[in-house]
Design a protein around this ligand. Structure first.
Ligand SMILES: [Zn+2]
Length: 414
């Protein structure tokens, strides 16, 4: 029985994180204090909580304590690998999430409506990481012709699956509609965007746009005319987006779109994050609303690495640690319609990340073969998912070996 279930009037805790610098932007907490967890939920966040009623106390002095990180652009649904691509696209969620403090991931359209149930059964229901999905407007998702053929767009089917699985689905995704087929009557410039919006209107969810501007579909039209408030443009610092003018300033329409309520997401990926755009935009006052990785097999070792590295890049482009955490917790949680996530309010599920903020000299690579040298780097030390310690490679929660019991288990009684 956990101490939290005892019938005492004194509060009791299963876990107490003591002495860390807590940054919880939703609750405007940015100071040294303790985080108490009981029955898989946040019990209280306060300075100097008495450790006596805690079953386990972890000293997190000199660490940053945040809500579990929310990464709203990943690929974790394992489909058949296309020919010539033995690895396939998706990564294992649990292999990449917790080591970066991530407790919630959103798969962005790897699955279409036809594979959503399979995705749920084979990945979402089995992973320790909490996983949501944007349903691809293409019925087969990111298989086959890779989202080029408008005959495969099925707004009715996509919306019906979102409505059938409201606990999993957070929106509609359109992506990679880049070819130009003037000989094809259906392949109109805005077909993918328009059909995604149709589906989203039917199920009352946002669209996430991965977009390729062309003369017949200019980028400002996407963010000023097509995208609705609450819709998300991911990959905002990709090279193809005209967000910086010839003088190095941010185009006004970026701020106008933000004022309209259009959400901008970083969505790093293997080809969609350039310091030449990002650093200039941030210096000009344009900061994406959310930070995400677009983690997949082609970005995991080449450019992205992981969420903590992506967050560190934004930190070194001049965004404060508090704003980086906000854009990796409560902002993305709100963007996907899950305001119960991304904060440490009493009663919230106990998803917590603990980071070390290193100072020194660190190199960071982008997708345009350029690097930024910075002086700050976040490293996840410990992750708690639903009250359970799921990552602690440095042994923050373990005793020194000399103080450890003689045997953790015996051969006779394993
Ligand atoms: Zn992606």
């Amino acid at each position: 029985m956990s101490s939290a279930q005892s019938h005492s009037l004194v509060p009791s805790y299963d876990l107490l994180l003591k002495g860390g610098h807590v940054i919880d932007p939703k609750n405007h907490i940015d100071r040294i204090c303790d985080v108490a967890i009981a029955s898989n939920a946040i019990a209280t966040v306060a300075p100097d909580i008495d450790p006596a009623p805690a079953t386990k106390v972890i000293d997190v002095t000199d660490h940053i304590v945040t809500p579990g990180i929310v990464d709203i652009h990943v690929h974790v649904y394992h489909t058949r690998a296309p020919e010539g691509d033995p690895e396939g696209l998706s990564v294992l969620a649990d292999a990449h999430s917790f080591r970066s403090g991530v407790t919630t991931m959103v798969d962005t359209g790897t699955a279409g409506a036809r594979h959503l149930r399979h995705f749920k059964q084979t990945v979402i229901d089995r992973a320790k990481t909490r996983i949501f999905a944007y349903v691809n407007i293409v019925d087969q998702g990111m298989q086959g012709d890779f989202e080029q053929d408008p005959r495969t767009f099925d707004p009715e089917l996509a919306a019906s699956m979102v409505l059938a699985y409201p606990d999993i689905c957070v929106g509609i995704k359109t992506a990679h509609y880049w070819t130009h087929r003037p000989w094809d009557d259906l392949h109109t410039p805005w077909a993918a965007v328009d059909q995604a919006i149709r589906a989203a209107e039917m199920c009352q969810k946002p669209v996430m746009y991965d977009f390729w501007p062309r003369p017949e579909r200019p980028y400002p039209d996407l963010i000023l005319k097509k995208a609705r408030p609450g819709d998300i443009h991911t990959h905002v610092f990709a090279q193809q987006f005209p967000i910086i003018d010839d003088d190095g300033h941010v185009y006004r329409y970026m701020f106008e779109a933000q004022a309209r309520g259009v959400i901008f997401d970083l969505g790093h990926g293997a080809g969609s994050f350039w310091f030449r755009n990002g650093a200039r935009a941030i210096a000009g006052g344009f900061v994406p609303d959310s930070i995400s990785t677009d983690l997949h097999t082609h970005s995991m070792n080449s450019t992205v690495g992981d969420m903590q590295t992506t967050m560190s890049k934004v930190l070194n482009m001049g965004v404060s640690l508090q704003e980086v955490i906000k854009r990796s917790t409560i902002n993305p949680a709100n963007e996907i319609g899950h305001p119960e996530l991304g904060h440490l309010s009493a009663g919230a599920g106990a998803d917590v990340a603990v980071f070390k903020l290193h100072t020194g000299q660190f190199g960071f690579i982008d997708c345009g073969r350029a690097k930024l040298t910075g002086d700050k780097k976040l490293e996840c030390a410990l992750t708690i998912r639903n009250g359970e310690i799921v990552y602690d490679l440095g042994g923050l929660s373990a005793p020194e070996w000399m103080q450890a019991p003689p045997a953790y288990w015996s051969v006779r009684n394993p």
